[in-house]
Design a protein around this ligand. Sequence first.
Ligand code: ZN
Length: 407
Amino acid sequence: MDKIRKMISVNEIYNVLLLEFPFFKKINEQKRKILCDRTKEFIDGTKFIPKKGMEFTNRMKILIAACSQQLTLGFKKYYEYAYFDKVIVYPEKYFSTITGRYHTGEMNTAGIIVLSWEDFYKGISDATDAHNVGLHEFAHALEFMDISNEDIDEEFSACLDKFTALADHYLHSQPEKPLFRSYATTNLSEFFAVATEYYFEAPDAFARQEPELFKTLSWAFKQDPRSITKIKKTVTAKSGEVFGSYIPFLNYFGEVLLYTIVIVFSIFMAVSLPVVGAIFLVGAFYLMFTYLFKDSFTLHDDYVKIHQPLIKRVVKRIWPSMYKYETNIDYADVLYVTAQEFDFNTERNMLEHLKEGYWYTLCYYQGGKVYYAKQSTNDKDYDSILRFLYAEKKVGTRLNGNYKKYR
Ligand SMILES: [Zn+2]
């Protein structure tokens, strides 16, 4: 009986949030329901450990859990911080023997969030002062899950790469009248955590003063806490190609030739050996969709050109809504580029010029969706191309899967 009384219902969560969680008042009924359900899920999967003999109530659990879910409300999955299963709560600022200072909260890489209740509550009560230790620590938690390859929203992860490149530039050329409080400049992690507080609690000033950083965070969190105003795209005129030599005629010719071989051979197989033919055809389509439907890209001085395979262009003509995205995109929309080394020297029968080099994958954001384009090259100067992207175009870069800074 006692156990049943202690359980937290979605109804109880709704009532507490309506009364004490300002963010809750700003979102619609549909989002409120999601927030309540996820808050309950977080509570059910988390061990709350009160310290210094403090009395810990359902209301406190609900507010802490809701703060974590405010941050990930735009995510479709991986919103529950699966890696973090403990929340330690002190009644007020606590002394850390590691730093020798008093703390308001911390993210512990062992999967623990630590909070001072007094400071946490102050943080959520005033939703416009850009101070929110709850959001701050849960932002650290998300970033930690990203860098340690825990389950994390893929789009969030891609946008965080872009944000880190932008943040690095910000820290190297700080504005005279900075928007963020000075603690943000401690390092890239603190910059992200503090920027997250500003994103939710001072979104108008943030969007006005640092539009690029703001836009990238709005992609990352997939929610916009201010009245939505569109940021204008600025793709400039055609300019010199810097990477990715692309020969349309040869590419199209190769593509058409391959389709022809696949179809003719499939029909032949289907006529004489129907079952085998059908299996072959399914396999052929699988290969076509897996390998041939990929876009490629070339980098230019001022923009990125996305080259679509012939078949995509044909489909686009017949069915325009299928691939409606732009093929010329701004560097501001590029989230990251990865370079992955390939080495076929040990294998037989490979074309001489394709023996070793790099596969590049470009990840960009358009119309609320993340897209990928690829490019392979035997050009060994991957470092200069990643440096060009990182240092000049403020694009996140990864080499062999690892985030890389170029300065
Ligand atoms: Zn911090």
